[in-house]
Design a protein around this ligand. Structure first.
Ligand SMILES: *[C@@H]1O[C@H](CO)[C@@H](O)[C@H](O)[C@H]1NC(C)=O
Ligand SMILES: *[C@@H]1O[C@H](CO)[C@@H](O)[C@H](O)[C@H]1NC(C)=O
Length: 421
């Protein structure tokens, strides 16, 4: 990797009692020793040029370089809107080394944002952008992000104390989780070359399962590399978990389609999209009776032997007595309850006999002409394709808005900033 001219950013973050360390990527692999036998820690030395290198082991530097947001989130309930999460530099919970501190987010269920200016603006020209930082969810993670936003150069947003969720960024990168939704964001904001509108482009999901990184409570190194040929690579612990092209692997795609369906095209009145039609030459057969009922009385059914047609199946109970408190006004005329007619016991049945029904052999239902292929079938109608008036072709989405920031009035020194929200 062309580390010398590219941005190198290494942090460790844990949202609930969080650590953010910063060290050069090669020192990530060093052994962390036991509590009793703390290894000697020395602050990593950056070799070559880095736009920002931060190891979060120096409180004085931390206070001057890193700016905590005091903004309010626009679209949040008033009681949690303020970015008032508390950050501090502390030792990690495990594998401590004397003097090896990290940035820890102390507060639960609070918005927190911290940012720093870069040493020098990053311009997307002929050098790759490399962003690398380490995150340790020391106590696991329920819901929250540990992602970076690389803020776009914009004089209107120069004051990092006002950094909030709507501050324009060029790239957003890093882990984020809520419930069972585990994400490793890579979003870039693309400027439409025709009308200047900015649109977020979201990277396809990594194939890798991400759960472990959020719950194993050990540090993980997240790396994003974007090259001038529009290719990108995302790595976790130096293993590639996602890669592709800025042109092909984002939604919505950078370049709109060349042709679109004409919104003004309408289906002609006489467009026939019936694949099959009833045969117009078919005629109903003479003997087809559409009115014949489904079932008819079975005339062969005879009354069973012993059936007592003159006896009712039930009779009023002769032993029933009208209750004493029966009130004709309130309850109506008293009638004894019905009981099975004892005369019908052991016989085939009582009362008027109804013959059984049977399927009507003459039943045919409504006559329908058989279906034939429609000679006028024109296929499914689709609007015609026209040239997309919004079409453009940007072959170089890598050339994103510079990650930098005017300080002062815009003629002042330009510096870049990296941000953690
Ligand atoms: C559709 O018709 C309207 C009105 O005639 C016109 O202004 C518009 O440009 C047309 N749209 C397309 C895509 O041709
Ligand atoms: C710019 O063009 C896109 C379509 O390519 C459109 O969606 C957007 O609304 C346009 N913005 C402005 C400000 O016209």
């Amino acid at each position: 990797m062309a580390r010398t001219r590219a941005l190198i950013l290494v942090l460790i973050i844990n949202l609930f009692s969080t650590k953010i360390f910063c060290e050069e990527s090669h020192s990530h692999d060093q052994d962390f020793s036991d509590e009793e036998n703390k290894a000697l820690y020395t602050s990593p030395v950056v070799s070559g040029f880095a736009y920002l290198a931060e190891s979060f082991d120096d409180n004085e530097r931390f206070k001057t370089v890193w700016i905590q947001s005091q903004a309010k989130k626009e679209s949040a309930d008033e009681d949690i809107a303020k970015y008032d999460g508390v950050w501090s530099l502390e030792e990690s919970l495990r594998n401590q080394q004397d003097g090896d501190l990290g940035l820890v987010l102390k507060s639960k269920a609070r918005h927190a944002a911290i940012s720093a200016l870069l040493n020098k603006p990053f311009k997307f020209d002929d050098k790759p952008l490399i962003v690398q930082y380490e995150v340790n969810f020391q106590e696991g993670q329920e819901c929250g992000g540990a992602y970076l936003k690389l803020l776009t150069q914009d004089p209107a947003h120069a004051d990092l104390k006002k950094f909030h969720d709507k501050t324009p960024y060029t790239i957003m990168f890093g882990p984020d989780k809520c419930g069972n939704d585990h994400k490793l964001h890579f979003i870039f904001r693309h400027k439409n070359p025709v009308n200047g509108t900015i649109e977020e482009k979201h990277c396809k999901k990594p194939k890798e399962r991400l759960e472990e990184y959020f719950k194993d409570k050990i540090p993980h190194l997240y790396t994003l590399v974007i090259r001038p040929d529009n290719s990108f690579i995302i790595k976790v612990d130096n293993k590639i978990v996602n890669e592709g092209s800025l042109l092909d692997d984002f939604t919505p795609p950078v370049n709109p389609p060349l042709e679109i369906e004409d919104p003004n095209d309408t289906r002609p009145e006489d467009w026939d999209d019936r694949e099959k039609i009833p045969d117009p030459t078919a005629v109903k057969p003479e003997d087809w009776d559409e009115d014949a009922p489904v079932q008819i009385v079975d005339e062969d059914d005879v009354i069973p032997e012993g059936w007592l047609e003159d006896e009712k199946p039930t009779i009023p109970n002769p032993d029933a007595v009208k209750p004493e408190d029966w009130d004709v006004e309130m309850d109506g005329e008293w009638e004894p309850p019905e009981i099975p007619n004892p005369k019908c016991e052991g016989v085939a049945g009582c009362g008027p006999y109804k013959q059984k029904m049977k399927k009507n052999p003459r039943y045919k239902g409504k006559w329908l002409a058989p279906l034939i292929d429609n000679p006028n079938y024109k296929g499914k109608w689709k609007p015609r394709l026209i040239h997309n008036p919004d079409y453009f072709n940007d072959d170089h989405p890598f050339r994103m808005s510079p990650i930098e920031e005017h300080t002062g009035d815009g003629d002042g020194p330009r510096r870049r900033k990296a941000n953690k929200e």
